[in-house]
Design a protein. Structure first.
Length: 304
């Protein structure tokens, strides 16, 4: 974790005297790739932790304890560097983004507990397609023929995976779709927030807001984690912090298109993880659908 993201109150005067560019991360695809390795490891840990923890712990309690542990880790860091590091003029934006992300994360954990990992990750990768749709309406971006093709391929890929009308639509697939749409909205909002706030500020307010929302759910459905669930809850909390910070650092160091292309490696890694740990196989529909979704994303990236 690099200290350029945190500005101790006792050093503010000294830092103000230095040129601003000294405090901004320099573009570097090599360094971004290293941070993406942290993202991969964190997300794989998050995937397994979510699957294992939800075997005997409701998702609402996983969300609560995950956020509580995360905040407990962050508060000493804030105390050390000074609470001035949390200053922001985008508090409303952080609250909205964190609320949307909470819904997406809740849906993602629900999907993990219900369907194979390969299905979850394949449907999750429709997120950039949804982001393109949201950006078109929310940001007023024009829809080119190339973007339309990318969106169409993504939708067809989803239909191939869930096979509506040919097989029973599973609740887990619905949760996975909801998570992809929610993460897309979160990404669109995060791009704006990171222009003025650091990765640490974005991470802190996300954890704080999600702890508040998780508390509201936990009050009505309280359950302590079992001995089996506790290590996985802690793993999910740590992975939640390291994954978001690693991705934000990578986005600071390289273009979003470069980061997005590296992220495609998560698909085969997650499929292999599901096969190795849970003996989960894949079928032709899943491979074809995932291929169409990835192709749509690549076309969208090429356009960008």
């Amino acid at each position: 974790m690099q200290h350029d993201q945190f500005v101790p109150a006792r050093q503010e005067a000294k830092l103000r005297a230095k040129p601003e560019h000294l405090h901004m991360p320099q573009k570097s695809t090599a360094n971004a790739s290293v941070w993406m390795l942290g993202w991969f490891a964190s997300m794989l840990l998050m995937t397994v932790s979510g699957r294992e923890a939800t075997q005997d712990l409701p998702v609402n309690m996983l969300m609560f304890f995950r956020s509580a542990i995360g905040l407990a880790i962050l508060l000493p860091i804030v105390g050390w560097f000074g609470f001035s590091t949390l200053k922001t003029q985008q508090l409303k934006g952080h609250a909205i983004r964190s609320t949307i992300h909470f819904g997406a994360q809740f849906s993602w954990f629900m999907a993990l507990s219900l369907i194979p990992l390969a299905q979850v990750i394949s449907i999750e990768f429709s997120m950039p397609i949804w982001a393109a749709v949201i950006a078109t309406f929310y940001l007023g971006e024009k829809i080119s023929q190339t973007r339309l093709l990318a969106i169409a391929l993504g939708f067809v890929g989803i239909l191939v995976i869930v096979q509506p009308g040919f097989a029973a639509f599973e609740a887990g697939q619905g949760w996975a779709l909801a998570s992809a749409f929610g993460f897309a909205g979160s990404v669109v909002l995060t791009k704006g927030l990171l222009k003025r706030d650091s990765a640490f500020i974005t991470l802190f307010y996300m954890i704080a807001v999600q702890l508040l929302l998780g508390s509201l759910l936990a009050v009505f459905f309280w359950q302590w984690p079992s001995a089996h669930a506790w290590p996985w809850v802690i793993g999910a909390a740590i992975a939640g912090l390291t994954s978001h910070y690693s991705l934000a650092r990578a986005l600071h160091l390289a273009d979003a298109s470069f980061v997005a292309q590296l992220d495609f490696a998560r698909v085969p890694l997650t499929v292999l993880l599901g096969y190795w740990l849970y003996n989960e196989g894949v079928d032709a529909y899943l491979i074809a659908g995932a291929g169409l979704i990835i192709l749509g994303n690549l076309i969208n990236l090429r356009r960008a």
